[in-house]
Design a protein around this ligand. Structure first.
Ligand SMILES: Cc1cc2nc3c(=O)[nH]c(=O)nc-3n(C[C@H](O)[C@H](O)[C@H](O)COP(=O)(O)OP(=O)(O)OC[C@H]3O[C@@H](n4cnc5c(N)ncnc54)[C@H](O)[C@@H]3O)c2cc1C
Length: 405
């Protein structure tokens, strides 16, 4: 016997950037929407993982390519904390881009405000367990929280867990990838405090320290292995090994400062979510691959720019096909964020914060259309998604950029 049973139009699983964008998008489209998050703060890796850089909305040549909720969230990330959008990002000669660094805690406060204003029903501290199914259609999710274990039913479900957990458990074909240990934390240091006072800017106190590998494993002490974010034991070991790297860093740095080391430099905020870049992604009706740069798709529903480098090539923008958000085999389900169907260089760009917000917004629009038309996402018309995107002034075609080149 279940302790509770609730019904919604749209259920968004996971309250990272993608999940928040999906919930805002669906609720604003008139759907009764629930957002379920196991942590007690929204934002996922962007906040709980201390990933404090909102990567660019522009192509590095002065053209904005991502619009809509992705832009709204960028502004929200600095609403209650430090950070400025570079004034010269629109200058194609400049290396600046439409991008900011933010305080994760300030971003959490702004995300709360957005979802509350949009009347999203937010369930924090609630873990998603198993999906409920009617043959090959997902009908709801079993969840657990302080009230016990219950079922949330919905006409359409968006998997924004970052790890494709919902999709995987329904039987959607997925792919996994392992990661080198890495940790992003914040430190307090006398040096940063001096800079803050000197520049009269407390934002300088936001002092990131990262240890472990880059996405390609650079900067890693030898002998460390890769870990799977989809294996419970591996997740624990990944976190413990990463935190040991951080401990070793503070021991080294504090020792160099002598007796006052512990007073002058110390950790102040650790991630409360494992800093896995990638874990599992779905096989969608379409997969965006490395060779799809600057390619037109007949089902494109958004544009994403390459974040690496200031631009350089004018062919550094992707169209995002709707099929990358629609899983194979299972009905009633959409995917948003870092677990959509993309590989290689395409995945490198689809996994970051602005792209996660974009795919979240699209998933919210598509879910609302599926519910309104009493159908499943793969049967909705892309032209109807685009109509709503036009209404929201979001670009989805490279053709929209050509005039500016
Ligand atoms: C070390 C590192 C550095 C990075 N640097 C940058 C950067 O500088 N700039 C940038 O733009 N991007 C960066 N990224 C990538 C970016 O932060 C993430 O890929 C992006 O934020 C993903 O958003 P998401 O919403 O798809 O997933 P996530 O942020 O992973 O959100 C998923 C949410 O689902 C919740 N969830 C998962 N399972 C369950 C469950 N069973 N029940 C309930 N809730 C659940 C999680 O708690 C989480 O809140 C970095 C990532 C890492 C790891």
């Amino acid at each position: 016997m279940k302790e509770f049973r609730k019904k919604y139009d749209v259920l968004v699983a996971g309250g990272g950037v993608a999940g928040v964008a999906a919930a805002l998008s669906s609720s604003r489209a008139g759907m009764k929407t629930v957002l379920v998050e196991k942590n007690i703060q929204l934002g996922g890796l962007a906040t709980s993982g201390n990933v404090f850089g909102y990567l660019p909305l522009c192509d590095g040549q002065g053209r904005q390519v991502i619009f809509g909720i992705a832009e709204e969230l960028l502004h929200a990330s600095i609403k209650y904390g430090p950070g400025d959008i570079p004034g010269d990002w629109e200058n194609p000669e400049s290396v600046s881009r439409y991008s900011v660094c933010f305080s994760p805690a300030a971003f959490v406060l702004a995300l709360d405000e957005l979802v509350m204003n949009a009347k999203v029903d937010v369930w924090l501290d609630t873990v998603i367990c198993q999906p409920t199914m009617n043959k090959d259609r997902i009908t709801g999710l079993e969840v657990e929280n302080k009230s016990g274990r219950g079922i949330i039913e919905a006409k359409c479900i968006i998997d924004a867990t970052g790890d494709a957990d919902v999709s995987f458990r329904t039987g959607v074909p997925c792919e996994e990838r392992d990661n080198f240990p890495v940790i992003w934390a914040f430190q307090i240091s006398l040096e940063a405090a001096r800079a803050a006072v000197h520049e009269n800017n407390a934002g300088k106190l936001l002092d990131l320290v990262w240890q472990g590998g880059s996405d390609i494993g650079e900067g890693l002490p030898p002998g460390l292995r890769k870990y799977l974010g989809t294996n419970g034991k591996d997740v624990s070991e990944f976190v413990l090994v990463s935190r040991k790297l951080l401990r070793d860093y503070f021991v080294r740095e504090q020792a160099m400062m002598g007796k006052s080391g512990r007073d002058n430099l110390f950790p102040v905020a650790l991630p409360s979510m494992a800093d896995f870049r990638t874990t599992r992604r779905i096989h969608g009706l379409k997969t965006l691959g490395s060779s799809d740069f600057f390619k037109n798709f007949d089902d494109s529903v958004g544009l994403v720019a390459d974040w690496r480098g200031p631009g350089g090539s004018r062919k550094n923008v992707w169209e995002v096909p709707f099929g990358t958000l629609v899983p194979q085999k299972i009905h009633g389900l959409l995917v948003a964020g870092r677990c959509i169907s993309a590989t290689g260089a395409a995945w490198e760009d689809m996994r970051v914060i602005p792209a996660a917000a974009l795919t979240g917004e699209v998933a919210g629009i598509a879910a609302a259309l599926a519910v309104s038309n009493n159908t499943t996402p793969e049967d909705i018309q892309v032209k109807d998604i685009r109509k709503e995107m036009d209404r929201r002034n979001i670009l989805y075609s490279l053709d929209g950029l050509h005039g500016n080149v």
